[in-house]
Design a protein around this ligand. Structure first.
Ligand code: 4NP
Length: 159
């Protein structure tokens, strides 16, 4: 069976989307689904391409048992919209930027907002924590844990 492939996207690919990838990977492993679901992450921008995840984000994630090991890369619209089944953005600006990258309807349909998969949180975005304090990083993880569980359930239900 073909793997379901998920690309998480934020602005810099050093805070939110690497965290989404790590949280989702841990949930996938816990449910024994590693052979069926594959994840990656990318930034709308290439500002931080080649860099590891933000040290503050890494610390907050590590304290919850997640290891952020990804290296930042910029999304490649010429390949990523074909390869991935889900292109999941963290905020509304990410969505706008992604929608400008492709005019193909079947590719636009792959674009989702992470918070669409939340069941406990009412949040409408995963807020950018980069210029804020500790609370912002914790909030990112709270929202992502809720949304990743919802996303996994959605995929398991064959949606
Ligand atoms: P991310 O956070 O999009 O969650 O990776 C940011 C990282 C870097 C910047 C902004 C947001 N920046 O302006 O450099």
């Amino acid at each position: 069976m073909d793997k379901t492939k998920i690309l998480f996207v934020c602005l810099g690919n050093i805070c939110r989307s690497p965290s989404a990838e790590a949280v989702m990977n841990q949930f996938i492993e816990k449910e024994g689904l590693s052979k069926l679901i594959k994840t990656d992450s990318a930034g709308v921008s290439g500002y931080h391409a080649g860099e590891p995840a933000d040290a503050r984000m890494k610390d907050h994630a590590y304290n919850r048992g997640y290891t952020l090991s990804s290296i930042s890369r910029q999304i490649d619209p010429s390949q990523d919209f074909d390869y991935f089944d889900y292109v999941i953005a963290m905020d509304n600006q990410n969505i706008r930027d992604l929608k400008q990258m492709t005019t193909e309807n079947h590719q636009q349909k792959k674009i989702y907002k992470m918070t669409e998969f939340c069941s406990s949180f009412e949040a409408s975005t995963v807020p950018d924590p980069y210029y804020g304090g500790d609370n912002g990083f914790e909030l990112v993880l709270d929202i992502l844990e809720d949304a990743c569980q919802g996303l996994l359930n959605h995929i398991k239900n064959g949606k």
